[in-house]
Design a protein around this ligand. Structure first.
Ligand SMILES: NC(=O)c1ccc[n+]([C@@H]2O[C@H](COP(=O)([O-])OP(=O)(O)OC[C@H]3O[C@@H](n4cnc5c(N)ncnc54)[C@H](OP(=O)(O)O)[C@@H]3O)[C@@H](O)[C@H]2O)c1
Length: 269
């Protein structure tokens, strides 16, 4: 494959450990997922690597993302930590490496760790680089450091209850692609009456409607599941087309409900 952009639908692996992540990745690859999202902090890179190796899927057909943890942002730590991730994942090169979070309290300047990440790309450790949980202010610094065209995506929390419009509008204006994480609001979309109603009209389930809503806005999206049936139906969300009225009804569900908000998070927009 070796596409220059991210496949629109990927498989998330946050919280999944040991046999659970092996099973999820194995089932996902078997069902046709080709984009896997992991991170150094998830503690599952070795198991993700094992499941990919066992799957028999050709390396060139896979799109693998990892994320540099905050403790590895310093110039002398970033590249060695990425080499360790590659070793665990049993890969020679990542498709995409993200800065997982801006340096807590901006202790390290954005330019320093993005330039180190660009150096990792220049050395061939990763084909693409990107950012995650970057605010508008952080995106401005990232653009100043490496240029918007070097940033393959900003992976941020986006779901019907946190639509993150300021970040989306800014990223779009700068030509930066977005990846929606926690697209199912960690399962909360399943109980929303508006989404349930739209799902019924499409003979679909609410998770599929939330994913279709993300995909239709041009975001990549990376739902996770421990269940094969859910992995399968999530992948099939790519075939759903929502009407303008349905998109507008979901747009009204935004209530700024942020689920990923650790104490080291940046000042959100
Ligand atoms: N960059 C970051 O800082 C960041 C932060 C958070 C997440 N992420 C990434 O985004 C990925 C997705 O986020 P997430 O895993 O936290 O949340 P999510 O994908 O929004 O939701 C996962 C939850 O939804 C359930 N689910 C999945 N498919 C379903 C379906 N078809 N029907 C009913 N329930 C369903 C799962 O339960 P079952 O297992 O029972 O299906 C699980 O409890 C993560 O795995 C990670 O890769 C990145």
């Amino acid at each position: 494959m070796h596409t220059s952009t991210l496949p629109a639908l990927g498989l998330g692996t946050f919280r999944l450990k040991d046999q659970q992540v092996i099973d999820s990745v194995r089932n996902g690859l078997d069902l046709g997922y080709r984009h896997i999202d992991t991170a150094q902090i998830y503690g599952n890179e070795a198991e993700v690597g094992q499941a990919m190796a066992d799957s028999g899927v050709a390396r060139d057909d896979l799109f693998v993302t990892t994320k540099i943890w905050t403790e590895n942002l310093a110039r002398d730590k970033l590249l060695p930590s990425l080499k360790e991730s590659l070793h665990k994942l049993r890969l020679d090169q990542l498709d995409l490496t993200l800065i997982h979070w801006p340096s807590p309290q901006d202790e390290l300047p954005v330019a320093d760790y993005l330039q180190a990440l660009a150096e990792a790309k220049a050395q061939g450790l990763t084909r693409l680089i990107g950012i995650s949980n970057f605010t508008i202010a952080h995106m401005e610094q990232a653009i100043a450091a490496v240029g918007a065209e070097a940033i393959a995506t900003n992976q941020v929390e986006i779901h019907p209850f946190l639509q993150n419009r300021k970040v989306v509008d800014f990223a779009r204006a700068k030509g930066i692609h977005l990846t929606a994480y926690m697209p199912l609001a960690y399962g909360k979309v399943m109980t929303d009456p508006t989404i349930i109603g739209i799902a019924k009209a499409h003979q679909a389930n609410p998770a599929q409607i939330a994913l279709a809503w993300s995909l239709q806005q041009g975001f990549a999206t990376i739902p996770s599941s421990t269940k094969r049936a859910n992995l399968e139906s999530n992948l099939a969300a790519q075939n759903i087309r929502l009407s303008d009225a349905e998109m507008a009804a979901i747009a009204k569900l935004d209530k700024g409900e942020r689920l990923a908000n650790p104490d080291f998070a940046p000042q959100w927009d």
